[in-house]
Design a binder for this molecule. Sequence first.
Ligand SMILES: NC(=O)c1ccc[n+]([C@@H]2O[C@H](COP(=O)([O-])OP(=O)(O)OC[C@H]3O[C@@H](n4cnc5c(N)ncnc54)[C@H](OP(=O)(O)O)[C@@H]3O)[C@@H](O)[C@H]2O)c1
Length: 230
Amino acid sequence: MNYLIVGGNSGIANTVAQNLLSDGHNVITCGREEWKGDSHDNHTHHVLNGVTEVDQIELPEELNGLLYAPGTINLKPFRGLKDDDYLHDFEVNALGAVRAVRHAQNALKKGENASVVLFSTVAVTQGMPFHASVAMSKGAVEGLTRTLAAEFAPKIRVNAVAPSLSDTPLASSLLSNDKRRESGAERHPLKRVGTADDIANAALYLLKNDSSWVSGQILHVDGGMSKLRV
Ligand SMILES: NC(=O)c1ccc[n+]([C@@H]2O[C@H](COP(=O)([O-])OP(=O)(O)OC[C@H]3O[C@@H](n4cnc5c(N)ncnc54)[C@H](OP(=O)(O)O)[C@@H]3O)[C@@H](O)[C@H]2O)c1
């Protein structure tokens, strides 16, 4: 199978890419830096200046899956958010996903059991202070997910994963000491923060054929944060 992972050098996308590579799939990754992991014959990595260049990635005739990982955690009080914050967050989280899907659409259409996986956040379902910009852009991703799932059915499935705070480089400033880590864990009904594996397992489920009857869903992998009060 052929997979395009937008991202791949770190965090959730890295775990997904390593898993697909070790299962023998052909994996294309990209990012703003050279590949940091081991080299594999079934892997190609592209260095890009950013998500505006995602359409420059050379693709095979057929793709079976696309994962779009780039995201932001730009948390500020509403008063401190400028237009540029909103525009940047929208560009990385939402418009980048649009560009990636547009670029991969023909190859996905030719691929067997093709699946697209995008990323939202718990902060779309659960209102949280300081999340106005990121929640707006991820809310757009949720709308995009359901629209494309309808438009591309039955050929291409489209779903998103909505994580809560998970231990990846993106969230490092929120987990930078024991006190922050403990209070992050305490806020979740399941009393811990997520790991890259927690989220990657959900993304892999949606990418692979195990989820062949699932489309248009937002899978909440969030320690119970979005739905439970305990
Ligand atoms: N971790 C959390 O707590 C959390 C919570 C809610 C939602 N999420 C969402 O989950 C997704 C994955 O997050 P993560 O925690 O795994 O983040 P991460 O560790 O920062 O990984 C993001 C990946 O995307 C790439 N990327 C980021 N910005 C990019 C840009 N402007 N252009 C090109 N590539 C870019 C990065 O590659 P390079 O750095 O090599 O460019 C990296 O491989 C994101 O969409 C995020 O919003 C995460």
